[in-house]
Design a protein around this ligand. Sequence first.
Ligand code: ZN
Length: 100
Amino acid sequence: MEYSEFQKQEFKREFASRRLKQILITGPVVVLMIFFSMASEGKITFLNSCTLSLLMPVFLFMVIGVLVFSLTNWRCPACNSYLGKLMNPRYCPKCGIGLR
Ligand SMILES: [Zn+2]
C-alpha cells in the first residue's frame, strides 16, 4: 500500500507519541523490577519480607497492566502489527513504513 507524504509524517508523529508513552509506562516498572530483585536477594534491608510479600501482588498487577498496555500501544501506526521487543525501530518490520 502506498501512503502520501502527509500520511507518512502522521505515522511518524503517531509513533513518536506511542514510543514516549511506552517509555513513560514501562520505565517505572523496570525500575521496580530491579528494586524487587535486589530486595528479594536481601540487598535492600529497609523492607522486611512481610512488606515485600504485601507489595508483590501490587507489583504483579502493575506488570500485567503494562503488558496489556504494551500489546495495544506498541503497534505500527500504519498496519497495526505488534512491534515486539524492538525498543527503537526505524522501520516497521511488517509493512516497512518509516517510523522515525
Ligand atoms: Zn507496519
